[in-house]
Ligand binder design. Structure first.
Ligand SMILES: Cc1cc2nc3c(=O)[nH]c(=O)nc-3n(C[C@H](O)[C@H](O)[C@H](O)COP(=O)(O)OP(=O)(O)OC[C@H]3O[C@@H](n4cnc5c(N)ncnc54)[C@H](O)[C@@H]3O)c2cc1C
Ligand code: SF4
Length: 326
């Protein structure tokens, strides 16, 4: 059995209270559903002296004609089943439904999923396992076993909902010791597996705001993993597009679980105004293949994951073309 080092627990009933509790307790961390943080504490990857619990802060989903606002403490189960999200943002409901298992989706929150730590075969292990290898750069050591050097960590961004939220151009509402601010989710991630989130110490994610997609919106999330349940993605592909009579009016493709940050595909504007025919689909899949460079930090052969990025792109585009024509 893995035991956790001792820590104290304080429960917050509101965002300002959570911030005040964090400020009052040195070496405190926030815990929401705890489905990522607590396994990491058991593995000795984090050693908080206090956990500030966010589960008493109500989540929920609200919408007007311009946007859908999702509270950060909304559990993934609700994100997957909420009628507003299913009707207006189907790829987000799809991605949330593919996270882990029913039990974990009932505990795990959308905010925790956005702020999920990066993952690596040499990092998400017990303290004993990591010590036997001399630890690694991201935790307790000085060397990266993937890159083979002392400087770069390429642990993978592994959240299922993040690629979709990027493709939907979501904006994050944050409050912290420096005040409140809004941050486009595209600016949240850095290419650095040790420090991949551009948020300040103590900052809280309170809401995820998603602009309502326009008429003709089609989209999907496709996940590669070893088993059809429990497993983290070895690759995730989010596609969000707008079709008008078979013509592409907008398109965003974002890959997850390839690098420390999600990977938006560049150069897709060249296809706007084109018919989404087989030639265009092949050309877009080719573009995705060229731009995808999966790291070896997580399970699944990297060249195979790269090939699958193109395969998933082709399948997703064929499916949205059929949905757009229906
Ligand atoms: C067996 C297993 C399988 C899993 N499979 C998947 C999978 O397939 N796909 C996937 O995406 N994830 C997976 N997960 C990871 C995890 O369950 C989810 O990512 C979940 O959404 C995390 O949410 P949480 O509320 O439990 O986060 P927590 O564990 O509570 O927190 C995660 C991190 O976010 C911080 N945090 C949480 N909420 C806030 C907030 N509002 N403001 C500031 N900081 C905050 C915490 O301090 C911590 O650093 C899996 C986990 C397990 C144990
Ligand atoms: S990529 Fe390297 S430094 Fe980062 S967690 Fe893996 S082994 Fe450690």
């Amino acid at each position: 059995m893995l035991r956790m080092d001792g820590f104290s627990y304080v429960h917050a009933a509101s965002w300002p209270e959570a911030l005040a509790l964090w400020s009052a307790h040195p070496e405190a961390m926030y815990v929401s559903g705890g489905t990522d943080l607590l396994p990491n504490v058991k593995h000795g990857l984090f050693k908080p002296r206090t956990l500030v619990g966010l589960s008493g802060i109500r989540g929920g989903v609200d919408a007007d004609s311009d946007r859908v606002v999702i509270g950060a403490t909304t559990c993934l189960d609700e994100v997957a089943s909420n009628p507003i999200i299913r009707a207006m943002l189907p790829p987000l409901a799809q991605a949330a439904a593919l996270v882990a298992s029913p039990q974990i989706r009932a505990m795990g929150t959308l905010g925790g999923n956005v702020l999920l730590d990066t993952r690596c075969l040499y990092y998400n292990q017990t303290e004993f396992w990591r010590r036997s290898l001399g630890y690694c750069l991201k935790a307790d050591g000085t060397w990266c076993h993937v890159v083979g050097g002392p400087k770069t960590c390429v642990a993978a961004q592994s959240s299922d909902t993040v690629p979709v939220l990027l493709a939907l151009n979501a904006v994050l509402r944050l409050i912290g010791p420096g005040g409140a601010r809004e941050l486009p989710i595209r600016d949240l991630f850095r290419f650095n597996g040790m420090d991949h989130l551009a948020i300040a110490k103590g900052e809280l994610l309170t809401d995820i705001v998603v602009p309502t997609p326009g008429p003709g919106f089609v989209g999907s999330y496709t996940k590669l993993r070893t088993r059809e349940s429990i497993d983290f993605p070895q690759l995730g592909l989010a596609l969000c597009a707008t079709l008008e009579g078979g013509t592409l009016r907008s398109i965003e493709l974002v890959l997850g679980a390839v690098n420390p940050q999600p990977k938006p595909i560049r150069g897709l504007e060249a296809f706007l105004g084109c018919s989404l025919d087989d030639a265009a689909i092949d050309a877009i899949a080719d573009l995705v293949f060229k731009q995808t460079r999966p790291q070896e930090s997580i399970a699944g052969d990297a060249p195979w994951r790269r090939q699958m990025a193109a395969v998933f792109t082709r399948r997703a585009l064929v499916a949205v073309r059929a949905a757009g024509a229906a």
